[in-house]
Unconditional design. Structure first.
Length: 138
C-alpha cells in the first residue's frame, strides 16, 4: 500500500477536527509495529498550537485527536533541542519515534530518537533522557 503524503494527512486531520488553520505534519516511526508509522499533525502557529492529530501513514486513518489551549508549542522539545540535550556530537541525527511505554503513553507525544557516534538515546517532551523505549533511564 502506498504511503499517504503529508498534505493528505493534514487534510484528513483537518476534516476530523473541523479545523481550517494552517498545519504541519511530522512523520513518526513505530519501532514496535511494522507498517504503523504515522503523521503527527499540529494545527495553529508553531508557538501556540490549537489542535493535534495522529494519522496513520499507510491507511490514512485518524488514530487520535486533541484540542489544545493555543498557549504553547505542542512539541516542547524540537529536533535541535533534542540533539542538544543528548549531547550526541557531530554527525548525530534525531527522528521522532513512538511506542507506548513509560516515556510516553500517547501517540500525540512522540519521543526523539537521537543516534550518533556514541550510540542511541531517547529524549521525551519533558527533556528526560531514556536509554530505550521500554523505560530504562539513561
Amino acid at each position: 500500500m502506498p504511503e499517504l503524503p503529508p498534505d493528505e494527512a493534514i487534510a484528513r486531520a483537518a476534516a476530523a477536527l473541523g479545523s481550517k488553520e494552517a498545519a504541519i505534519a511530522l512523520r513518526v516511526e513505530r519501532p514496535d509495529q511494522v507498517d504503523r508509522d504515522y503523521y503527527l499533525v499540529t494545527f495553529g502557529p508553531e508557538a501556540a498550537a490549537t489542535a493535534v492529530a495522529a494519522v496513520e501513514a499507510g491507511s490514512g486513518v485518524v488514530m487520535s485527536t486533541a484540542r489544545l489551549a493555543g498557549q504553547r508549542p505542542h512539541l516542547t522539545v524540537s529536533r535541535q533541542r533534542a540533539l542538544e540535550i543528548a549531547a550526541a556530537g557531530t554527525g548525530a541525527d534525531a527522528k521522532l519515534v513512538w511506542q507506548p511505554g513509560v516515556a510516553s503513553r500517547s501517540s500525540l507525544y512522540p519521543i526523539w530518537k537521537v543516534s550518533g557516534p556514541a550510540g542511541t538515546i531517547y529524549v521525551d517532551q519533558q527533556e528526560q533522557i531514556w536509554a530505550d523505549l521500554s523505560g530504562a533511564r539513561a
